[in-house]
Design a protein around this ligand. Sequence first.
Ligand code: CA
Length: 183
Amino acid sequence: MGYIQIVAVTLVFLEFISVSEMKPQFGNAVPEAPRGPSRPTECPGGFVFISGRCYLFSVLLGLEHRTQSQAKLYCQSRGTDFYSVDLITMGRGGASEGDTVLQYIKDNGLADPNMYIGADKSGSSYSWVDGRPLSVNSFLWVNNEPAGDECVFINSGHPDNTKRFHIEDVQCNAGFGFACEMF
Ligand SMILES: [Ca+2]
């Protein structure tokens, strides 16, 4: 078979495939794939879009204050088959002097006035709920923190939280506002 013939046969074959694919597939429709949580362009109801991620703030939904474990359970209850939700994380910018999420919380008065975030102490070190370590030397900590408590929060009334927010450690049983993140 010559080259021209091969091309001709191939073209006919391709046309046959494309015509087949154009037939409506009644009863066999594939639902649109759910939007992955890694790079959403919009967020589910109740969530706020910040720098490519979806967050939920208890103060915006009028939720009552909760202990850290109650807050974590609430966040997890907002998960679906397509994404999970847990307490909010931050600190992805490395050793910078700013954090987009912390700044957003400050600028919008969302700490209520205290907010649990998704980090806690295990053994002698701290880590985020997504598994990343939270160094005790991180710029995210306010002066003289952490002091060894199990949970981590934002205290909007701390005197050092004037230009931007920092985080502190705290015992886990106080009733605070909180924020969640979609993963
Ligand atoms: Ca503390």
